[in-house]
Design a protein around this ligand. Structure first.
Ligand SMILES: Nc1ccn([C@@H]2O[C@H](COP(=O)(O)O)[C@@H](O)[C@H]2O)c(=O)n1
Length: 289
């Protein structure tokens, strides 16, 4: 057993199955592997020193690009809809229209602010966004072994890319599916491009982007990382899946949601702000001892 899997923050419904999948992935090697990961609160930290870290949306919401009046409205939306997002008493079907409502209202407010493209970079630099501890090893290991990493996010692609670019890990093997901003000829935000991605339509997003999975059709093993039950469908477009290992970060409302996470994810990481488990599995699968 990989030692990191015996840590107290690690929970598994069936440890024997997890071991079997990891061994099968190791046998197939790095050439058969692809990694699919959510971004906010999966690759980024949930909290640091007891303070919540921002999502892509929050980076903008709290920035100098947004008027005080608009900040209040965005905060009200967060206070209304985030508790719904993490409410274990509501089904995905019940939450879905409300999540669409949240994203739609928030994006309309951001568009009203006519955010300038060239100010995204300084705003990300000044923000308190943080990738999880061990992120460098994670991204570098995938690059070293030419393992494709798909970051599949309901956040904001332009902000997400800036976070990983500034961290020096936007390597050529990284591809992003997310909500991208559409700027006018003066570089001011005028809309969001394409179909909205929220936390409960990642399956549709995966199927719409079939070209990406077609390119990776020889990679039948998937390591999936997420923090929401909606993230479980991110790999639905993968061709001829042979093995999938799903790692779920359980960051908030831990006791209430543990059972459902244990049913859905192979490995559940409770209040773990690191990439240690994923890194240990990758090390093993890519041939390390
Ligand atoms: N206006 C909004 C809408 C969503 N969020 C959060 O973003 C997260 C989605 O991004 P993933 O990378 O995790 O797919 C989601 O969990 C929402 O809580 C937000 O902060 N503001």
């Amino acid at each position: 057993m990989i030692p990191e899997l015996t840590r107290p923050s690690v929970y598994m419904r069936d440890g024997t199955r997890v071991e079997g999948v990891i061994q099968a992935m190791r046998q197939a090697g790095a050439n058969a592997l692809q990694v699919i990961s959510d971004f906010d609160m999966t690759l980024t930290r949930f909290s640091y020193n007891g303070k919540r870290c921002p999502t892509c949306h929050n980076i903008l919401d709290n920035s100098k690009l947004i008027s005080e009046e608009c900040k209040e409205k965005l905060k009200d939306l967060l206070n209304t809809y985030y508790p719904i997002e993490i409410n274990s008493g509501l089904s995905a079907e019940e939450k879905l229209p409300l999540m669409v409502e949240w994203w739609t209202k928030a994006h309309a407010l951001l568009v009203q602010q006519k955010i300038k493209k060239d100010l995204l970079s300084p705003v990300v630099r000044e923000s308190s966004a943080m990738l999880r501890e061990g992120y460098q090893l994670f991204f570098d290991c995938l690059q070293e072994h030419s393992v494709p990493l798909l970051i599949f996010s309901a956040g904001i692609g332009d902000v997400l890319e800036e976070v990983i670019r500034q961290a020096g890990v936007f390597h050529p093997n990284v591809k992003v599916f997310s909500n991208y901003m559409d700027f006018d000829e003066n570089g001011a935000l005028q809309a969001f491009k394409g179909q909205l991605i929220h936390i409960y339509n990642k399956r549709e997003g995966a199927l719409l982007n079939s070209g990406h999975f077609q390119e990776l059709r020889d990679r039948h093993n998937v390591l999936l990382l997420g923090d929401s039950l909606g993230d479980l469908t991110m790999a639905d477009g993968v061709y001829g899946m042979e093995n999938i290992l799903k790692i779920g970060y359980l960051n908030d409302k831990v006791e209430e949601r543990k059972e459902s996470y244990l049913k859905a994810y192979d490995i559940v990481l409770e209040r773990d702000e690191t990439m240690n488990v994923a890194n240990a599995i990758l090390h093993h699968v890519t041939g390390g001892q």
